[in-house]
Ligand binder design. Structure first.
Ligand code: PEP
Ligand code: MN
Length: 333
């Protein structure tokens, strides 16, 4: 259930509603929006008796929530959520570009690519220090050493950092270096990781699972938000289908579909969807045209020798072309 406050409601009236919800044995999460603040009741196993709440000062109405998810839903917050990281805004405006290699391989590799993507207009540097790989024998990432390199990239280039946390114990280290914590496709339903991400003060980039429905993706976001972290960025990265001409099938319809039911920003990773660099640019164009709030793109200065995902990594010249082309789409402003 949502408790919708009048638009002239004061902070103390909002707090009084939260306190009353707690007295009822549940939790109240205020979601300030452009038009109004709504307070979402979470932790209730069934219907809530709203008679007492309706008598409190500043309360306009209560609305039952029709979806299984609450905090992520548009019913809860009608205006789009904008996540601010320094001077970068994700959601509801100009698309943001996050670019870099699949993994940090060395300081020289990370800095070389970071300088290139920065010059070409990326705002966030992507690279994994901890890599959840399909094979236990594949490169697993440099671990903490990789995070330290990302710290240097941030310091030297001013790019913000998005990097992956792979479990609920590892996230504590990752959040010391990351501006955005990535939860990978394989971990979309790792509930202990989602719960721990809900306690973080850093924005979370939540990637759609390999065979996850939009509802499952949103329920995973709900785990994070119900823990108190309202800064969630969703990411469509392709799902597994019968089609084998690409690594995964990019679900462009995920963008309008998420936007219809949720206020959260959604970005697109055309690299893991395509699996081949030749397809990344057309998929990126399509994503921006369909209303994505940004792109997460793999770029490598020497993809032939990349330790992971070389075939789908763009050469810097191809990334330059991508930036040029998406800028010409009117959505980039
Ligand atoms: C990645 O971004 O490098 C990655 C491993 O992506 P995904 O979790 O989508 O496979
Ligand atoms: Mn990768």
């Amino acid at each position: 259930m949502l408790v919708v406050m009048r638009n002239d409601a004061t902070d103390s009236q909002i707090q009084a509603v939260v306190d009353e919800i707690e007295r009822m044995g549940f939790r109240g999460v205020p979601m300030p929006g452009a038009q109004r603040t709504a307070i979402c009741i979470v932790g209730n196993p069934g219907p809530v008796d709203d008679s007492r709440l309706l008598t409190l000062n500043g309360v306009k109405e209560t609305i039952p929530v029709s979806k299984p998810y609450k905090l992520v839903s548009r019913e809860m917050k009608t205006d789009p959520t904008v996540i601010t990281i320094g001077d970068v805004k994700i959601g509801g405006g100009k698309p943001v570009v996050m670019a870099g290699p699949c993994a940090v391989e060395s300081e020289e590799q990370a800095l070389t690519i970071a300088r290139q993507v920065k010059k070409l207009g990326a705002q966030v540097f992507r690279a994994g220090a901890f890599k959840p790989r399909t094979s236990p024998y594949a490169f697993q990432g440099l671990g903490e050493e990789g995070l330290k390199i990302l710290g240097k990239v941030r310091q030297e280039t001013g790019l913000y950092i998005v990097t992956e946390a792979i479990d609920h114990t590892n996230i504590e280290l990752v959040e010391q270096y990351a501006d955005i914590i990535q939860i990978g496709a394989r971990n979309m339903q790792n509930y202990s990781l989602l719960r721990r991400a809900g306690l973080s003060s850093k924005p979370i980039l939540l990637k759609r699972g390999l065979s996850a429905t939009i509802e499952e993706l949103l329920m995973s976001a709900e785990y994070i938000m119900s823990g108190g972290n309202l800064q969630v960025i969703l990411c469509e990265r392709g799902v597994r289908t019968f089609a084998n001409h690409t690594r995964n099938t990019l679900d462009i319809s995920a963008i309008p579909s998420v936007k219809e039911v949720s206020h959260l920003p959604i970005i697109v990773d055309p690299s893991h969807a395509a699996g081949r660099r030749e397809y990344v640019l057309p998929l990126a164009r399509a994503a921006i045209a369909a209303g994505a709030d940004g792109l997460l793109v793999e770029v490598h200065n020497d993809p032939t020798h990349a330790l992971s995902d070389g075939p789908q990594s763009l050469y810097p010249e191809q990334f330059a072309q991508l930036m040029k082309e998406i800028r010409t789409l009117k959505f980039m402003g």
